[in-house]
Design a binder for this molecule. Structure first.
Ligand code: HEM
Length: 175
């Protein structure tokens, strides 16, 4: 199921756009998260929480799922494989963990947004809500680690990867 060179280029462009877009979307989210954590102003807090929910649900979650999916396509559709190289396996694992944490976190974000949407809540109520900064900043670090891993592609094959490579060499020699 190895992709042709042209198809691979196209899929890679899509994968990079989606995955790096994920990081960019989180950067935008963090700006609002910082406002939510530091502002005392009711209007600013209300606007920040409502916008955070929209960005999380309609931009960040779709980009996370699309990064995971396109990463799977890039692995299965190229010589890299999904289980042959440690960098691919670690990327897969970290992306799954980041996505799960994100989806769980959307519950908190929606809870904050529900309170912000209620016009009877005061500035003090909103100020007491807190932020999701630990998750958004921590998530960014994890995404950057994946990015660097994917660009450097450090050597290091799994046992399965070694076995497959031996098999393929043997098939080339005798097949
Ligand atoms: C936040 C998540 C991710 C980011 C930021 C990311 C970023 C990137 C980038 C920038 C490249 C291009 C590197 C280059 O060719 O120089 C790349 C390639 C690649 N990524 Fe990802 N990636 C992510 C998730 C994943 C996942 C989950 C997988 C595997 C399941 C994966 C598998 C691959 C593979 C196999 C390539 C190489 C494709 C090729 O050279 O044909 N990526 N990724």
């Amino acid at each position: 199921m190895i992709m042709t060179s042209r198809l691979r280029k196209f899929a890679l462009a899509a994968h990079i756009t989606l995955a790096v877009g994920w990081i960019g979307a989180v950067a935008g989210y963090i700006a609002l998260d910082v406002a939510a954590a530091t502002s005392q102003d009711a209007q600013t807090l209300r606007a920040a929480y409502l916008a955070m929910e929209v960005i999380a649900w309609y931009v960040i979650v779709p980009l996370a799922l699309a990064s995971l999916l396109s990463g799977l396509v890039m692995s299965v559709g190229t010589k890299w494989g999904l289980f042959r190289h440690y960098w691919v396996l670690i990327s897969l694992l970290l992306t799954i963990i980041a996505t799960v944490v994100l989806v769980v976190e959307t519950q908190t974000i929606s809870h904050f947004a529900d309170i912000a949407a209620d016009p009877t809540t005061s500035g003090d109520d909103l100020g007491a809500l807190g932020s999701t900064l630990v998750h958004s900043a921590g998530g960014t670090v994890v995404l950057l680690v994946i990015l660097v891993l994917n660009v450097y592609k450090p050597r290091g094959m799994t046992r399965y990867g070694w076995r497959k490579q031996q098999e393929e060499r043997r098939n080339k020699e005798f097949g």
